[in-house]
Design a binder for this molecule. Structure first.
Ligand code: NAP
Ligand code: 8YV
Length: 309
C-alpha cells in the first residue's frame, strides 16, 4: 500500500524525523515558505507534523484540501488556527503528560535561580569576584514565601507537589475549582496575586489568558513579588512586566517564555533582577524524544484506525 503523504514544518528531534520517514512520505516546508512551492503534493497531503511553534494559519490549512490531522510537537497548540481546523473537521493532537515532570523540574530550577540569585552568583564566581568578597546574602528566600500557581493542570500540579515537598504553601488560580487538591482556589487572578508573593504561571496561550498578568496583577503581587513564567509569553503583558521590574513594583522575575520568541526585549536583557531562559522547559533529549514519539504515534494511530493517542 502506498505510504500516506504528510507535511513537516518546524523543529522536531532527529529521531522523530527518522521515524516519520519510516511511516510516511514526508514533505518539508520551511517556516514562511508558501505551500504552493510543494506543487501537486498539496493535493495529496493528509497529515501534518507541526514542530517548534511554527505558524499554522487558515491560509496554510486552506492550501491543503486533503488534510485530516495536525499532530503538534508540544502540549501547547497556540499558533494553530483551531477555528479553521474545526470548520473542516481536522483533528489536532498534542503531546501532554510525557513532558510534565521535565517542565516542572525546570520551573523549580528557574524559581530557585530567581529567588536565590543562583545564576548571578555563578557569574560572580566566574568573574573572580569571590576571591575579593563573598556574594551578597539574597534579599529573597523560599522560606517565607507563598506560591500562587496560575494554571493547575498537569504541569501546575507537578510543580505544586514539588513545592509541598519543600514545605512551601501553595494556592492556585483556574476557572474551575479542583476537588482533588488541598490548595486554596482563586477564581480571580488578581485576588490570588494580592494574597501571595510568588506567581508561578503555567497557563496556556489562549485568547482568554492573553495579557492576563497585567500591571494590576503585578501591583497586587507587591514589592516582594516574584513572577515565574513557564507557560506562555502571551499570558504576560511584557512591557508592564519590564516597567514593574524597573520601578520596584515587584522584586524579580524568572522567564522561560516570551511574547515574541525568540526575540527578548533589550529592556529585559538589561535588567539585573530577571533570570532568562531560552524556552527550555521540556528541553532534554529524553523528553523531546518522548514528545516526538507521541507525535508520530498520534499520526500513525489516526491513519491506522482513526484513533490518535
Ligand atoms: P493543562 O493540563 O491543560 O493545564 C492548563 C491549566 O490552565 C488548567 O488548570 C486550566 O484550568 C488552566 N486554565 C486554562 N485557561 C485558563 C484561563 N483562561 N484562566 C485560568 N486558568 C486557565 O496543560 P499543561 O499540560 O499543564 O500545560 C500548560 C501549558 O504549559 C501549556 O499549554 C503550554 O503553553 C505550557 N508549556 C510550556 C513549556 C515550556 O517549555 N516552557 C512546556 C510545556 C508546556 P481551567 O480549565 O479550570 O481554567
Ligand atoms: C515546546 C512547549 O513544545 O510543549 C509545549 O507547549 O512549550 C515546549 O515543550 C518545545 O519548545 C518544542 O517546540
Amino acid at each position: 500500500m502506498a505510504k500516506v503523504e504528510i507535511l513537516q514544518t518546524g523543529v522536531i528531534p532527529q529521531k522523530a524525523r527518522a521515524t516519520l520517514g519510516e511511516h510516511f512520505v514526508v514533505h518539508e516546508l520551511a517556516e514562511g515558505q508558501p505551500a504552493a512551492s510543494l506543487g501537486d503534493a498539496v493535493q495529496r497531503i493528509r497529515g501534518f507534523s507541526r514542530g517548534g511553534h511554527a505558524n499554522v494559519d487558515a491560509a496554510l490549512i486552506g492550501a491543503l484540501p486533503a488534510l485530516e490531522i495536525i499532530a503538534n510537537f508540544g502540549v501547547g497548540y497556540d499558533g494553530i488556527d483551531l477555528k479553521a481546523c474545526a470548520e473542516r473537521g481536522i483533528i489536532v493532537t498534542n503531546t501532554p503528560d510525557v513532558l510534565t515532570e521535565e517542565v516542572a523540574d525546570t520551573a523549580l530550577g528557574l524559581l530557585l535561580m530567581t529567588v536565590r540569585e543562583l545564576s548571578a552568583a555563578e557569574r560572580y564566581l566566574r568573574a573572580g569576584e569571590w576571591e575579593k568578597k563573598n556574594y551578597r546574602l539574597t534579599p529573597a528566600t523560599m522560606r517565607n514565601r507563598t506560591v500562587g500557581i496560575a494554571g493547575l493542570g498537569r504541569i501546575g500540579l507537578a510543580i505544586a507537589r514539588r513545592l509541598e515537598a519543600m514545605h512551601v504553601p501553595v494556592a492556585y488560580h483556574t476557572r474551575t475549582k479542583r476537588s482533588d487538591v488541598p490548595y486554596r482556589h482563586y477564581g480571580d487572578l488578581r485576588a490570588m496575586a494580592a494574597d501571595v508573593d510568588t506567581l508561578m504561571i503555567v497557563l496556556p496561550g489562549t485568547p482568554t489568558t492573553h495579557n492576563s498578568v497585567n500591571r494590576d496583577v503585578l501591583e497586587a503581587l507587591g514589592p516582594q513579588g516574584i513572577v515565574i513564567n513557564i507557560g506562555r509569553g502571551s499570558v504576560v503583558d511584557e512591557p508592564a512586566l519590564v516597567q514593574a521590574l524597573k520601578d520596584g513594583t515587584i522584586l524579580a522575575a524568572g522567564l522561560d517564555v516570551f511574547a515574541h520568541e525568540p526575540h527578548v526585549p533589550a529592556d529585559l536583557l538589561a535588567l539585573p533582577n530577571v533570570v532568562l531562559l531560552p524556552h527550555v522547559g521540556s528541553g532534554s533529549v529524553y523528553t523531546r524524544d518522548a514528545m516526538g514519539q507521541l507525535m508520530v504515534d498520534n499520526l500513525t494511530g489516526w491513519f491506522k484506525d482513526r484513533t490518535p493517542l
